[in-house]
Design a binder for this molecule. Structure first.
Ligand code: NAD
Ligand code: UD1
Length: 336
C-alpha cells in the first residue's frame, strides 16, 4: 500500500515507518520537524535499505496538504503529527488546540477532497481520564482530561466519530496508546525529548547516562502495590506493529473502530526502576517527591479487543523495554 504518515520523523512515527517499509509498503512522510529531525528517517533508511519520501511541511498549511494529495494516491493515512507535551499544553492551550485540532481538520479535508478516506489516528489512554475500573476496556466511558493536550485527543476522537457517522465511506481506526517506551533493538532510532524529560523512562535513562543526578518519584502514597503510580508501558516496536495490523482492519471497510494498544500489565514506578537496574546493571538513585498534579494512581489496558480483532498483541516485556531504552540512550547520549 501507499501510506501517508504525518509526524513520521518523530518517535513513534519513525518506528512505524521502519516497519511499513520492511513490510514493503510505500511511505510518504509529512513532518514540520518541530520535534524531530531528518536524521531519524536517514537512520530508518540505513536500517531497512528503503526510504520514505519526506515533505518538510505543516498540517496547518492547506496548500502543502493539497499538493501532496494531488501528487500521490494514498491507500491510508496514519496521523501522528501533533504536539504532545502535557505541561506545555497547560501553558499554551491555543497553540495545542490549533496545531492538533485545526491541523487534523485540514488533513481530513484534504483527504476527503481527494476521496482518500482511510485513516488511522494516534490517540491516548489519557482520554479515559481517571478510570473507574482497571483494566480499561474500550467500552469504558471517556473521562475528564486533566490538560489541553488530553482534550485535543478526546475532541479529535469525537470529530472522527461524527465524520464516520455522517459519511460511511470513511474507514477509521482510533488507536489509544498506553505508555510507549523502548526503542528499536538496533539502538539507531529512539525517543529524543527536548530539554528535561517529563516522562518517566527518558528521565530514568538520562539519570543512567549521568545527565541528571537523580529521579524524583512523584508520590508513594497512592493505593497501589508500593504506593507509586502504576502504568501500562508498551514497547514502541510493538506499538508500531499495531499500526501495521490496523491497516488490514482498514481494508475490511469496517467503519470506525477503537482499540487500546497496551500490554495489559500494570507496572509501578519503583518496579520500573528495579527492572531497569536489573536489565542494565546500573543503579538509579531516586527520591520520593510530592504527587504530580493531574496524575492518576493506576492505568492499564485490557488489550483483548486488539488481539481478537486485529490479531495483535505486545510481544516485549518490561525487561526488553528497559534494555532497548538504555541501548538507544547509551549509544546516543545527545540524541540525534
Ligand atoms: P513526536 O513529537 O516524537 O512526533 C510527533 C511528530 O509530529 C514530530 O516529528 C513533529 O515534528 C511532528 N509535528 C508536530 N506538529 C506538526 C505539524 N503541525 N505539522 C507537521 N508535523 C508536525 O511524538 P510521538 O511520541 O512520536 O507521538 C506521536 C503521536 O502519538 C502524537 O500524536 C502523540 O500525541 C501520540 N501519543 C504519544 C504518546 C507518547 O507517550 N509518546 C502517547 C499517546 C499518544
Ligand atoms: C503522561 C501524560 C499523558 C500522556 C503520556 C504520554 C500526564 C498527567 N499525563 O502520562 O497525557 O499521554 O504521558 O506518554 O502528564 N513519574 C515519576 N517521575 C518522573 C516522571 C514520571 O515518578 O520524573 C511517574 C508519574 O507520576 C507516573 C509514571 O511515572 O506515575 C509515568 O509518568 P509519565 O511517563 O509522565 O506518563 P503518564 O503520566 O502516564
Amino acid at each position: 500500500m501507499k501510506i501517508l504518515v504525518t509526524g513520521g520523523a518523530g518517535y513513534i512515527g519513525s518506528h512505524t515507518v521502519l516497519q511499513l517499509l520492511r513490510e514493503g509498503h510505500d511511505v510518504v512522510v509529512l513532518d514540520n520537524l518541530s520535534n524531530s529531525s531528518r536524521e531519524s528517517l536517514d537512520r530508518v533508511r540505513e536500517l531497512c535499505g528503503r526510504e520514505a519520501v519526506l515533505y518538510v511541511g505543516d498540517i496547518l498549511d492547506r496548500d502543502i496538504l493539497e499538493r501532496i494529495c494531488t501528487e500521490h494516491v494514498f491507500d491510508c493515512c496514519i496521523h501522528f503529527a501533533g504536539l504532545k507535551a502535557v505541561g506545555e499544553s497547560v501553558a499554551k492551550p491555543w497553540e495545542y488546540y490549533n496545531n492538533n485540532i485545526t491541523g487534523t481538520l485540514n488533513l481530513l479535508a484534504a483527504l476527503r477532497d481527494h476521496n482518500m478516506k482511510n485513516f488511522i489516528f494516534s490517540s491516548s489512554a489519557t482520554v479515559y481520564g481517571d478510570p473507574e475500573v482497571v483494566p480499561i476496556t474500550e467500552e469504558c466511558p471517556k473521562g475528564v482530561c486533566t490538560n489541553p493536550y488530553g482534550w485535543t485527543k478526546s475532541m479529535i476522537e469525537q470529530i472522527l466519530m461524527d465524520m464516520a457517522y455522517a459519511d460511511r465511506e470513511w474507514n477509521i481506526v482510533i488507536l489509544r496508546y498506553f505508555n510507549p517506551i523502548g526503542a528499536d533493538p538496533s539502538g539507531r532510532i529512539g525517543e529524543n525529548p527536548k530539554g528535561i524529560p517529563n516522562n518517566l523512562m527518558p528521565y530514568v535513562t538520562q539519570v543512567a547516562v549521568g545527565k541528571l543526578p537523580k529521579l524524583g518519584v512523584f508520590g508513594n502514597d497512592y493505593d497501589t502495590v508500593d504506593g507509586t503510580g502504576v502504568r501500562d508501558y508498551i514497547h514502541v516496536s510493538d506499538l508500531a506493529d499495531g499500526h501495521i495490523k490496523a491497516l488490514s482492519k482498514i481494508t475490511e471497510n469496517a467503519g470506525l473502530c477503537v482499540y487500546n494498544l497496551g500490554t495489559g500489565n500494570g507496572v509501578s514506578v519503583l518496579e520500573l526502576v528495579k527492572s531497569f537496574e536489573k536489565a542494565n546493571n546500573i543503579k538509579i538513585p531516586y527520591e520520593i517527591k510530592d504527587r504530580r498534579p493531574g496524575d492518576i494512581a493506576t492505568c492499564y489496558a485490557d488489550a483483548s479487543k486488539a488481539k481478537r480483532e486485529l490479531g495483535w498483541e505486545a510481544k516485549h516485556d518490561i525487561v526488553d523495554m528497559c534494555r532497548d531504552s538504555w541501548n538507544w540512550q547509551s549509544n546516543n547520549p545527545e540524541g540525534y
